[in-house]
Design a protein around this ligand. Structure first.
Ligand SMILES: [Ca+2]
Ligand SMILES: [Ca+2]
Length: 429
């Protein structure tokens, strides 16, 4: 009698066994992943304290506080968030959110370093952005015993004027945490946070209306100049740049890109030079370009400067063909602190600093060595904190006018007087 053989070989038998195991294991794995996601999401839910806003105001001015809190199961380097305060009945209620309205957080070890409040009258809302980082770069937040307990991120004070009990206005509050950087992994945990929505109904006021603050828009109006096409001429440019933290022995890793008015990149002819100019005490970039000859008008060109640690900077200039052009832009400090070279100085850069912070270890190539002294220490921390500005990226090339300054950064102006000068015999200090 022949024995029934289910498997022709040991290999078949093994294959069948593996198949059976995978059928049983895959659903188990899916359930485990879902469970861990649920756990993480739950850990980040906002606390009841922050989601309830009781507004019991009497006649006359009132101040109400909103407190933001989250739980964190991991130690973090800081938090960034954006919140919108929408008002539905602006005629009934007057309130002001001065820039100083956001206080320091209630949790020790965390400090708020940037906050902005922008009124958007067209949308009936205020936009509030806030960033908080740990006070000590060597100590992530919170300390272990606070993990999974509510962290108070910050308080926002609402100042209400002329409140009466004759009418009702509705205010709703939405906040989104944009970045919560894990100290151990650098992962942005904010994606696991649910949007917090707070709605409250005050008993407010007839009278005044919210006076919209006009937002001034600085728009650079470049003079568009015709570019006649004539035989190109080799043109040398010497660009003097004030890159924060650099010095004769600490030069940045620099990318300098030249654009013409059409938005085309003009590649340098031959090698480019990067060095230190003793006379101007600044970084010197030298390159030659083939530019069209133009005897009538000088077209404007745009240099986009980006170092691996500095924010991008756009400089507009004319370039006179067939000669040396010296462009001194040392009056503009190009800010440092962009450790991951994404053209923002924010929590991710702070995370790189906290994880490489070591005042005694020589780290000549450290990304967070912003003053190029070979160490990541308190001096680099101070530079980063000074320049910390999430949501305010550095310049990039803008094809509409070879650069439009962002509305949120009205201090940035372009189209400054062109400082193209013929080769000076001696550079003036
Ligand atoms: Ca960055
Ligand atoms: Ca340093």
């Amino acid at each position: 009698m022949t024995k029934l053989k289910l498997f022709r070989s040991r290999k078949d038998k093994l294959g069948f066994f593996l198949f059976l195991t995978s059928i049983l294991l895959i659903p188990a794995l899916i359930i485990t992943v879902r469970q861990s996601q649920d756990i993480r999401k739950k850990a980040y839910e906002t606390t009841p304290e922050s989601s309830v806003l009781a507004l019991n105001v009497q006649n006359g001015p009132a101040i109400k506080n909103i407190t933001f809190s989250i739980n964190t199961p991991q130690a973090v380097d800081g938090i960034q968030f954006v919140a919108y305060l929408d008002y539905q009945s602006p005629d009934n209620l007057v309130f002001n959110l001065p820039e100083t309205a956001i206080n320091n957080p209630g949790s020790p070890g965390l400090s708020i370093i940037t906050n902005t409040i922008e009124h958007e009258p067209a949308n009936n809302r205020y936009k509030i952005t806030l960033s908080a980082i740990t006070q000590n770069p060597q100590q992530p937040f919170p300390t272990d015993h606070l993990l999974n307990k509510p962290i108070q991120i910050g308080n926002i004070h609402l100042f209400f004027d002329n409140i009466t009990k004759t009418s009702t206005a509705t205010l709703s509050f939405d906040s989104t945490i944009t970045k919560v950087i894990s100290h151990s992994t650098g992962e942005n945990l904010a994606g696991n946070l649910p949007t917090l929505k707070i709605t409250f109904q005050p008993t407010p006021t007839p009278t005044p209306s919210i006076s919209p603050t006009p937002t001034s828009t600085i728009s650079a109006t470049p003079t568009s100049l015709p570019t006649p096409t004539i035989i190109p001429a080799e043109t040398t440019t010497k660009l003097y740049l004030n890159l924060e933290g650099t010095h004769p022995n600490g030069l940045p890793n620099l990318t300098t890109t030249l654009y013409n008015q059409a938005g085309n990149i003009i590649k340098p002819v031959g090698p480019v030079g990067l060095g230190w100019n003793q006379q101007t005490n600044s970084v010197q970039f030298i390159a030659s370009y083939n530019l069209p000859r133009n005897t009538i008008n000088q077209p404007l060109y745009t240099f986009i400067i980006k170092s691996s640690k500095h924010l991008g900077k756009a400089f507009q200039t004319s370039l006179i063909p067939n000669r040396e052009n010296i462009i001194d832009r040392t009056e503009t400090l190009i800010l440092t602190g962009d450790a991951n070279n994404d053209n923002l100085i924010d929590l991710e850069d702070y995370h790189i600093l906290t994880t490489t912070f070591n005042p005694t270890l020589h780290q000549p190539n450290a990304q967070a060595d912003f003053n190029y002294d070979g160490y990541v220490n308190i001096k680099d921390y101070q530079l980063l904190v000074k320049n910390f500005a999430p949501g305010q990226p550095g310049d990039t090339f803008n094809s509409t006018n070879n650069k439009t300054p962002p509305v949120t950064k009205p201090t940035k102006t372009i189209g400054k007087p062109i400082t193209v000068t013929p080769i000076p015999t001696k550079y003036p200090k």
